[in-house]
Design a protein around this ligand. Sequence first.
Ligand SMILES: O=C[C@H](O)COP(=O)(O)O
Length: 253
Amino acid sequence: MVGNWKLNLDHLQAIDLVQKLAWTLADAKHDYDLTEVVVAPSFTSLRSVQTLVDGDKLSIRYASQDVSSHSSGAYTGEVSAEQLAKLGVSYAIIGHSERRQYHGEAEELINAKVAAALGAGIAPIVCVGESLEVRHAKGHVPLTLGHVDGALAGLTSEQASQVVIAYEPVWAIGTGEVATPEDAQEMAEAIRARIAETFDSGVANGMRILYGGSVKADNVAAIMAKPDVDGALVGGASLVLDQFSAIARFRQL
Ligand SMILES: O=C[C@H](O)COP(=O)(O)O
């Protein structure tokens, strides 16, 4: 279960939320081996979150919301995978629809970011999914699979087995519109089949495929009941302690 905080919370608010999340999950005797819990704060909060997680030996993991495709050099404003790995970052969200929409990110760059993350030992969480227009035109399957092909181009099976894919239909992000569990299953199944075709069934079966788009405590269990959906990438609800801790404990809901 990944909480993408997007552009919210300063570093003090970030450590407050992680601390409270850890306490709440400890009270509930959360089994982190069964359900991994990841938060993705702003870059400015990662060092503070690292200090808290290390100091208190928390099992919560943390992700960056983006990563540079470059390792070092004259790239003002960029943050490299190596710098993130030094901060104990486990995952990097790559190719989120908001980066595609507002920063013009497309397949070639996304593919380079995936390679950069893997090179530093960070697991990419690759976001794929269609707009409402594409969904209405029934082009969602080829478009989403095109995102998958583009992001994973040139990877070995071993590298691909480190990747997490998040299916996020753009029309369901922050809108309150949730794709039905059947919509999520349809795409997760299609993504897994494409991975089996491109790599092999071992990679496909082991791959974690998340659904994202208006996931809340009251709809997470139905989505997670689908066989090909392994987790959720949660935006708005991940900023609300009661919501995200309940989502992490979806098995008990
Ligand atoms: O990364 C998270 C997604 O964009 C979903 O956001 P949301 O849960 O606010 O719809």
